[in-house]
Design a protein around this ligand. Sequence first.
Ligand code: HEM
Ligand code: HEM
Length: 187
Amino acid sequence: MTFERGTATVRVKVWDLLQRALHWSLVASIALCWWAGEARLSLHIAFGWAALAIVASRGAWGFVGSRYARFSGFVAGARTVLGYTCDLLRGRERRYLGHNPLGGWMVVALLVCVAFVCITGILYTTDHFWGMAWVEIAHRASAWTVVALAALHLAGVAFTSWRHRENLVAAMLSGCKKADDAGGGKA
Ligand code: HEM
Ligand code: HEM
């Protein structure tokens, strides 16, 4: 926990180092996959394998990682998600220190979708599936789904940052967030 001089804002560590490193390297590996495309296929495949390794590590970290990294802390049940969504629509949703219930499911969706893209990509490189139209379609369609989810993810990050007057991107870099609001949600 750190204290900012003068403002008396208490800041707490929320995202651990591995979580942040995995997040930004996942973003980089996906961007590089996209950049490499079919034109630089061997690079594309290498970055794709890196993305899969990152997703697998984040998945494992979701069971053994620090408090806010664990799935059990942010994958909420239907009732909580519905309640949060209704509060959001009425403009009175509470602040969460970790992922909010909608954000938590977005995290799961992003991880599953990236894993699916990578698995279909790997299948496509095998002798058995090489050239099969449905594998190629599944790979491309899921890659575009990742793009759509990432756009929604960014919209959610921007909206929540605005609602709670807090720069969540900076928090994903530093790991720290303000500790007010009665302990900060499902903290
Ligand atoms: C281990 C992981 C991956 C492997 C083995 C892989 C493999 C491939 C292969 C073999 C192709 C060429 C398909 C063809 O000939 O039409 C391809 C295309 C493509 N992949 Fe992947 N890929 C992987 C991960 C990813 C990821 C993470 C993304 C993005 C989220 C992605 C997005 C695409 C796209 C958009 C294309 C079409 C490229 C173009 O039209 O230039 N791939 N991938
Ligand atoms: C393909 C692109 C992206 C993917 C697959 C992705 C995936 C993820 C995942 C899996 C998490 C959860 C992190 C964890 O709990 O360990 C997350 C959180 C987060 N991401 Fe991304 N991300 C992407 C792009 C971005 C970009 C471009 C930014 C900002 C410029 C960003 C900002 C954030 C922030 C601020 C959080 C924390 C959200 C919160 O406070 O609840 N992401 N992202």
